[in-house]
Design a binder for this molecule. Structure first.
Ligand code: NAD
Ligand code: AKB
Length: 311
C-alpha cells in the first residue's frame, strides 16, 4: 500500500483530500502535516504531525521515517493574501516547493503540486484559455504557481521525478474556511445566505470564473496521480474545470432554494483586478483525453449539496 504525506493538510483542500486518501489507502498510511492543527476528522482518523513545509531537513526526516512514496504538497499562500504579503507568498510557495521536490528526488517519491487558474493573465485567450498558451500572471501567487509548474516539469525531465498537477479553478466546499483567495466569495455566499439571507459580494455581478465542487477537486488530485504515466503528454499542470459562475448566476441558483435571499455588491478593486485578469473559462480537453477527467457536480447539484450541508 502507498505511504502518503500531505503538506498543508489543515486547509480547505486538505480537509477533504486527507479523509478520501485514508479511505482509499488506509488510515495509518496517510500522514497529515501542517503548521496548524487541522479539523477533528483529520486529527481523529490517522496520524498528524506539525511540519513546516519550508524546512527541508524536517520534511526529509519525516518522509524517511514514514517511508513515503507520494507527497501531496498543498501548503501555500493564496492569491488575495499573497497580494497583501507578496514576499511572504514567494517565500512560502517557492521554498516549500523546492523542499518537497528535493525530498522527492532524494527519496524517490512522486509529487502532486496543485496549480491554479492564477497562472493565466492578460494575453491569454479568455474563453476558453487553452491548455498550452501564453501565461503572464499578474499576481505573486500566479507567478509562484507558474514557476512551480516549470520547476516540477524540470525535475521530471532532469531527475525523473514523477511530478504531476492540475490547474484548479475556484474550489467550493463547506467545513474548513477558505484560506484567502479571490474565489472565496463563492463559499462566503452560501454561509451568508443560510445565516443572514443576504450577501454583499466583493466582486461585480458579471465576473465570470471557473469553479469546482471540492469532491470533484479531490477526484482530480487522486485521478491524475493514479493515471497511467504512458498516457500523459502533459504533467504540470492540467487545466481542469467543472462550471463557470458569476455572482449573479450563483445567487439566482441559491434563490431557487431560498427565495428570500438577496445580494448586493461592494467591489474590492484589488480582488476585482485579480479576477479580471483570469480567464472566463478554461479548456480541460487534455485532462479529459489523457487521464479521463470528468467532474460530477454542476451548478445545480453543487448548490443543492452545499445548502443541504449548511442548513
Ligand atoms: P488553504 O489556505 O486553505 O490551506 C493551506 C494550508 O497550508 C493551511 O492549512 C496553512 O496552515 C498551511 N501552510 C501555510 N504555510 C505552511 C508552511 N510553511 N508549512 C506547512 N503548512 C503551511 O489553501 P487550500 O485552498 O487548501 O489550497 C491548497 C492548495 O491548492 C494550494 O497549493 C492552493 O494554491 C491550491 N489551490 C487551491 C484553490 C482553492 O480554490 N482553494 C484553487 C487553486 C489551487
Ligand atoms: C484563489 O482565489 O487564490 C484560489 C485559486 C483560484 O487559486 N481559489
Amino acid at each position: 500500500m502507498k505511504k502518503i504525506l500531505v503538506t498543508g493538510a489543515g486547509g480547505q483542500l486538505g480537509s477533504w483530500l486527507v479523509p478520501k486518501l485514508r479511505d482509499l489507502y488506509g488510515d495509518l498510511n496517510v500522514l497529515a502535516t501542517d503548521i496548524r492543527q487541522p479539523c477533528d476528522e483529520i486529527m481523529g482518523s490517522g496520524p498528524f504531525q506539525v511540519l513546516d513545509a519550508t524546512d527541508t531537513k524536517a520534511v526529509g526526516q519525516t518522509a524517511e521515517r514514514h517511508r513515503v512514496d507520494l507527497i501531496y504538497h498543498l501548503a501555500a499562500i493564496l492569491s488575495a493574501v499573497g497580494e497583501l504579503h507578496p514576499l511572504r507568498a514567494w517565500g512560502v510557495n517557492m521554498r516549500s516547493l523546492r523542499t518537497v521536490l528535493e525530498v522527492a528526488r532524494e527519496q524517490g517519491c512522486a509529487l502532486f503540486m496543485p496549480s491554479s487558474i492564477a497562472v493565466f493573465g492578460y494575453g491569454t485567450a479568455k474563453d476558453p484559455a487553452p491548455q498550452d498558451t501564453v501565461m503572464l500572471p499578474t499576481t505573486m501567487y500566479g507567478i509562484t504557481k507558474l514557476a512551480g509548474e516549470l520547476l516540477c516539469n524540470y525535475y521530471h525531465r532532469k531527475f525523473g521525478v514523477d511530478t504531476r498537477g492540475v490547474r484548479y479553478p475556484g474550489l467550493i466546499s463547506y467545513g474548513t474556511s477558505p484560506g484567502g483567495g479571490t474565489t472565496d466569495w463563492s463559499i462566503d455566499i452560501f454561509y451568508k445566505a443560510v445565516r443572514d439571507g443576504h450577501y454583499t459580494c466583493f466582486l461585480g455581478p458579471q465576473t465570470q470564473l471557473d469553479m469546482m465542487y471540492m469532491s470533484d477537486a479531490v477526484s482530480a488530485a487522486i485521478g491524475v496521480m493514479e493515471a497511467d504515466q504512458d498516457m500523459l503528454e502533459h504533467r504540470n499542470a492540467f487545466n481542469v474545470t467543472a462550471m463557470q459562475l458569476t455572482p449573479e448566476t450563483l445567487s439566482n441558483e441559491i434563490q431557487k432554494h431560498l427565495p428570500g435571499f438577496t445580494i448586493d455588491y461592494d467591489v474590492d478593486p484589488v480582488r476585482q483586478a485579480i479576477a479580471d485578469s483570469w480567464p472566463d473559462r478554461i479548456d480541460d480537453a487534455a485532462a479529459r483525453e489523457e487521464w479521463g477527467w470528468e467532474p460530477l457536480f454542476d451548478i445545480a447539484s453543487m448548490t443543492e449539496d452545499m445548502l443541504k450541508h449548511l442548513s
